[in-house]
Design a protein around this ligand. Structure first.
Ligand SMILES: Cc1cc2nc3c(=O)[nH]c(=O)nc-3n(C[C@H](O)[C@H](O)[C@H](O)COP(=O)(O)OP(=O)(O)OC[C@H]3O[C@@H](n4cnc5c(N)ncnc54)[C@H](O)[C@@H]3O)c2cc1C
Length: 620
């Protein structure tokens, strides 16, 4: 192991994390290669969601994932450390704690805000480039409202309730949009008149979102104006002072809160290292994404300065660039170590989207040369879909589940593009009587049939007999009931609900294969199935009564209802079994049921199993 090749990924952002995971996969069975990811934080931060935390739409933790969780049971070691210098000739990373030797290095240290030397910009503005920034900004906004309401001086109060975002690009527009959406809640909670709150987005360029076509810019502007955001364009900031932002000839806005979202440059480390850089501290690479100075140093994501063939501009500092570059870099390092052809970076970008709050978005997407605008609903839908795809790669089901929960089910103030329709508001104790009732009904259904199957298991009364020529299932069922002597069990279902013909045909076809002998009798499987149904009814009934594994029991209840319906034997009564089953899925056993006690224990045990860690099949 001491002679193992050391591959170090520096920075676990969008590019670094995917590169490390891919390297882990490629060298899974190779003990001669060691992969380490070093980051100054113990978690990966979803930078694209920062504004959602800053404006209190989603919980703080929702935008972080611990590296330990991401790399659990994988061939990637995580080291928490901040690298302050790199000796490229000696292949060594340096931190205050020590040094790290590498054979191959992936640079993924990302960006930080840039202030263009504007006086006061760094000192007197809030930034939005990390988890801590987002949490700090949220606390600051709350503090402003909390204090403003007590402020007797009108001018001071106005300044406290004025919020300026500098930068009309994606980050700035998303931040001001999110804040505008939060404003109603803030005003309500702190007894502030909505008209006293002023929101501005300011940009030096003549328009916001300049990479969008004019039609989409208009849509975004209309939305912002609808949310009472004032858009100030052509306003280059000349100075920021405590309590005011000066926009040259365009005047001054008095505001206690100025958020800086006006441009980026490479992370601090890039100031200290000797490697060819261009375009505000990006590492110049060749088409294989190797540094032009050191061919064992690769770059991913925002660190890359590379102009693809036929293009005029370097690759954009966006998530898609990080996602495309990561697997390519992993492949090329694999080729370096194991031999084989390296790939050239030929990224095809699919556009950009901007969300203004949780309910509105606009997007310009497509394939190179064929781009089109997406209406709000589809823009939001694709944003969530893209995020889910990314989260699935990083932390599988676990992260996707929590994302869906906080974006759709645990939303506050209807701040989701599907409004509050999916929001889980009703306390589960309202479902307690329903759970007992459905449980009792299933138990009774099974209990009444039990003597028949115990007495004579080959007496089939829950499966219609084979009927040639497609006789109605109801008739078949009645015939079976009469023939079987189990009239009580069947007749209590009453008149059957209609079943579409294509479903009847599928069911008949399946039954022909599994349940009927060529001679017109029943197979052994039919007996087992019938006994299983009866036992299933009893078990589901007992589980619902006890409130144990209620989600599973409710799902089985729904499936049994569907099976009975599709076999043409379900009366109208079955509709409420079905509807009640759906209502009970969402945690009805968590109050006044055994799930309340059993689930936390099971969850804790399951989360710690190697299988769950490796597959991410658990919820937090
Ligand atoms: C608020 C906001 C909104 C955005 N919205 C979008 C969007 O909607 N769509 C889009 O495509 N892009 C968006 N971006 C840009 C996108 O987030 C970046 O392009 C992407 O994060 C780049 O990924 P990366 O891996 O290069 O770097 P990052 O994700 O920035 O990760 C860098 C990592 O390196 C670590 N690091 C840095 N220096 C050191 C050091 N010296 N030692 C150890 N570790 C270090 C950091 O802790 C971090 O984990 C947004 C950015 C922000 C800030």
């Amino acid at each position: 192991m001491t002679n193992a090749k050391q591959v170090i990924v520096l920075g676990g952002g969008y590019g670094g994390i995917l590169a490390a995971k891919k390297l882990g996969k490629l060298f899974k069975k190779d003990d001669n290669v060691k992969i380490t990811l070093i980051d100054k934080k113990p978690y990966h931060t979803m930078l694209t969601e920062l504004h959602e935390v800053a404006a209190d739409r989603v919980p703080e933790d929702s935008i972080r994932i611990e590296f330990e969780k991401v790399f659990a049971k994988r061939k990637v070691d995580f080291v928490l450390d901040e690298i302050i210098d790199i000796d490229f000739k000696g292949n060594t990373l340096k931190s205050e704690k020590g040094t790290y030797k590498y054979d191959y290095l992936v640079m993924g240290t990302g960006c930080k805000p840039t202030y263009f030397g504007i006086p006061g910009a760094e000192e007197y503005t809030k930034k939005l480039w990390s988890y801590e920034d987002a949490v700090g900004l949220k606390e600051h906004i709350l503090h402003m409202f909390r204090e403003a309401v007590k402020e007797p001086n009108a001018e001071k109060r106005r300044k406290m309730l004025t919020f300026v975002v500098v930068g009309g690009g994606f980050t700035g527009v998303e931040m001001i949009g999110e804040l505008a959406e939060w404003r109603d809640r803030l005003c309500k909670d702190f007894y502030v008149n909505k008209d006293d709150v002023k929101l501005y987005v300011v940009d030096a360029l003549p328009k916001i979102l300049p990479i969008f076509p004019d039609k989409l810019i208009k849509r975004a502007e209309n939305r912002l104006r609808k949310l009472d955001v004032e858009i100030v364009t052509g306003a280059g900031i000349t100075e920021v002072k405590p309590g005011s932002v000066i926009m040259g000839e365009k005047g001054t806005i008095e505001a206690e809160t100025v958020v800086w979202a006006a441009g980026v440059e490479g992370a601090d480390l890039l100031d200290n290292i000797e490697i060819e850089q261009k375009g505000r501290k990006r590492i110049v690479t060749n088409d294989k994404l190797q540094s032009v100075d050191y061919d064992n140093v690769y770059a991913v994501g925002d660190n890359i300065f590379y102009i693809p063939e036929g293009e005029e501009r370097p690759v954009p500092q966006m998530v898609e660039n990080a996602e495309h570059s990561a697997p390519l870099v992993a492949h090329n390092i694999h080729a370096d170590i194991k031999g084989g052809d390296k790939k050239s970076y030929k990224p095809a970008f699919h556009g950009a989207m901007v969300c203004i709050g949780g309910k509105f978005g606009t997007a310009h997407v497509g394939l190179p040369g064929k781009f089109f605008g997406l209406p709000s609903f589809f823009a939001m839908l694709s944003k969530h879909f893209i995020n889910l795809l990314y989260f699935f790669q990083v932390a599988g089901f676990n992260k996707c589940w929590s994302y869906v929960m906080y974006e759709f089910f645990n939303v506050k103030d209807n701040r989701s593009f599907v409004g509050g329709h999916l929001a889980k508001r009703s306390p589960n104790f309202w479902l307690f009587p329903l759970r007992l009732f459905v449980g009792f009904k299933w138990l009774m259904q099974g209990w009444e049939k039990l003597p028949s199957i115990l007495e004579n298991p080959s007496n089939i009364f829950l499966i219609p007999p084979p009927v040639s020529g497609g006789a109605s299932a109801t008739a078949a069922a009645s015939a079976t009931a009469a023939a079987s002597g189990a009239a009580d069990a069947v007749s209590q279902w009453g008149e059957a609900l209609p079943v579409p013909e294509f479903i009847s045909n599928i069911v008949s076809w399946t039954m022909d294969i599994f349940f009927y002998t060529p001679e017109g009798g029943y197979t052994k499987l039919a007996e087992i199935f019938q006994a299983g149904m009866v036992i299933g009814e009893i078990v589901v009934g007992l589980l619902l009564l006890a409130g144990l594994f209620t989600a599973l029991a409710s799902i089985i209840s729904v499936v049994m209802g569907l099976m009975i319906w599709s076999s043409g034997m379900a009366p109208t009564e079955m509709l409420w079994y079905f509807a009640a089953g759906i209502a009970l899925i969402g945690g009805s056993g968590s109050t006044l049921g055994l799930d309340y006690y059993v689930f936390p224990i099971l969850k804790k045990w399951w989360k710690n199993t190697g299988f769950a860690k490796k597959t991410y099949l658990y919820i937090d």
